[in-house]
Design a protein around this ligand. Structure first.
Ligand SMILES: NC(=O)c1ccc[n+]([C@@H]2O[C@H](COP(=O)([O-])OP(=O)(O)OC[C@H]3O[C@@H](n4cnc5c(N)ncnc54)[C@H](O)[C@@H]3O)[C@@H](O)[C@H]2O)c1
Length: 239
């Protein structure tokens, strides 16, 4: 299956994706800001760990220069700083754009040439249902995920001729390490009421779809955005 690079795989959806891709036979390369967490994931999947900030273009290229090849790249690292537009600070706005948008671009620039040299590959970018539904108070986050979707389509057009497919997965409400605080007590069941399937998501729900897009069964899927959200983006739930 080849080497799969997963950014932000020290915890949450990225970690679940690393585990799923390793089960599929990929050799997983874990990138995260937090080296201890990256190492934990890498040990679990018998892969390699790198402390790497996806906003640091040179650091991302340095990791790529140490790899012999790359078959899959999962641009999963993402952050959120929730404020109204009027309350958003410059630091928060720039941080979210840096990680969620430019991080995706820098990683793609670093790893896609390895894919190209190997005859092709698969890029999966993590978007969000928030890019589609929108809610007040999410600050720059939905705009960055809309940008991720736009970048995904551009990647599909520009890299497709090199045999590289690019798709995005948009999770809905998923309980991860980063979001667990939002699902304490009754909050999980309250939030589940807004999901047509009647439950909030787990990291493995997302990882399975990412793995599908990385694999040969998705060989003719390119430039698509797949929401994995229990139906939230399908429309307004019954009143
Ligand atoms: N959890 C959800 O409900 C949900 C919903 C929609 C979209 N998403 C998207 O899925 C992705 C993963 O979300 P999660 O809930 O697992 O998040 P999380 O906070 O649990 O994990 C994110 C990981 O990314 C790492 N990271 C952050 N900034 C980084 C950087 N600059 N460089 C390298 N690593 C960095 C963190 O250290 C952390 O290990 C994100 O892109 C997020 O926007 C999540």
């Amino acid at each position: 299956m080849g080497i799969a690079v997963v950014t932000g795989a020290g915890q949450g959806l990225g970690q679940a994706t690393a585990v799923r891709l390793a089960a599929d036979g990929h050799e997983v390369v874990v990138l995260d800001l937090d080296l201890d967490r990256a190492r934990e994931t890498a040990e679990a999947v018998d892969g390699q760990a790198h402390r790497c900030d996806v906003t640091d273009r040179d650091a991302v290229h340095a990791v790529a220069s140490r790899l012999p090849s790359c078959a899959a790249l999962v641009n999963n690292a993402g952050i959120w700083r929730f404020h109204s537009i009027l309350d958003m600070s410059e630091d928060d706005a720039r941080a979210v754009i840096d990680v969620n948008v430019l991080g995706v671009v820098w990683c793609t620039q670093a790893f896609a040439p390895l894919m190209k040299a190997g005859g092709g590959g698969s890029i999966v970018n993590l978007s969000s249902g928030a890019a589609w539904t929108h809610s007040p108070g999410l600050g720059m986050y939905p705009a960055t995920k809309s940008a991720v979707e736009s970048l995904t389509r551009t990647m599909a057009l520009e890299l497709g001729p090199s045999g590289i497919r690019a798709n995005a997965v948009g999770p809905g409400l998923v309980v991860s390490d980063g979001t667990a605080a939002n699902y304490q007590g009754d909050r999980a069941s309250e939030r589940a009421q807004g999901v047509p399937l009647g439950r909030v998501g787990a990291p493995g729900d997302i990882a399975d779809v990412v793995a599908f897009l990385c694999g040969d069964q998705a060989r003719y899927v390119n430039g698509q955005i797949i929401y994995v959200d229990g139906g939230i983006t399908a429309g307004r739930a019954a009143m």
